[in-house]
Design a protein. Structure first.
Length: 230
């Protein structure tokens, strides 16, 4: 069932301006009856300003009158609200992370100066004016800006950042950089895993020999006794 665009505010208006039952209001607004009760008692967590569903075209006076005459009547939506669609624009960043944007911008400018302001704007979700002020160090909070990896800050993904850098390097005629920082770590890990596997095999062999009561100290090849020794 369709719901009003602002269910809680609509419920507050219906409570104050009609004689509809709490259950009717709750069902029409898609709320729990206890939420409507809290709105009526002014014990809701937030003080709400009522929203007139009649003026909004979501409900008619005739429909309200039917509901007031019959407490079992289910209110019908006159016109469903238009769905809210986000308009095109910069990437949306949660409020909790917006203060980290300058740090992420500064990191990209320092480590990848070939990335354009337009690319940074799409990656971080900011304006070109802000980026330019950080580039020329005229930003109002420049003294407190510390370059930090925007991926670590949660402002963008590693894949998106790598794609933007690769695109910028190609446009600038630069040779794509290959990150080899992890190569030595990867080789060490492989060597460690190989050594652990070999040690595990030796431990298993020794355990089996102990279980069988076999002396393997004079074996030519582990697991095979010398056929010429009695």
């Amino acid at each position: 069932m369709a719901q009003p665009l602002m269910p809680h505010a609509t419920a507050a208006w219906l409570v104050d301006n009609t004689a509809l039952s709490f259950s009717q209001i709750a069902e029409f607004c898609g709320l729990h009856i206890l939420e409507v009760q809290a709105i009526a008692d002014d014990t809701a967590a937030t003080k709400l300003t009522g929203r007139d569903p009649v003026r909004a075209g979501e409900l008619t006076h005739e429909e309200i009158e039917k509901g007031q005459a019959d407490s079992d009547y289910v209110l019908k939506m006159h016109k469903e609200p238009d769905p809210v669609r986000r308009t095109k624009g910069p990437r949306y960043t949660p409020v909790s992370k917006r203060q980290d944007k300058p740090d992420g911008i500064a990191w990209i400018i320092r480590n990848h100066p070939e990335v354009t302001d337009g690319q940074i704007s799409k990656l971080i979700g900011t304006t070109r004016t802000t980026i330019a002020s950080i580039r020329d160090r005229s930003h109002w909070n420049m003294a407190n800006i510390q370059p930090k990896d925007p991926v670590t800050l949660g402002l963008t993904s590693q894949r998106e950042l790598d794609a933007a850098v690769a695109k910028a390097q190609k446009a600038a005629g630069m040779e794509a950089q290959v990150d080899t920082r992890l190569d030595s770590d990867r080789a060490s890990l492989i060597e460690q895993l190989r050594a652990e596997r070999e040690q595990h095999a030796r431990d298993v062999e020794a355990a089996m020999a102990d279980a069988d009561g076999v002396d393997t100290s004079d074996e030519i090849v582990p697991g095979i006794k010398d056929p010429f020794k009695h």
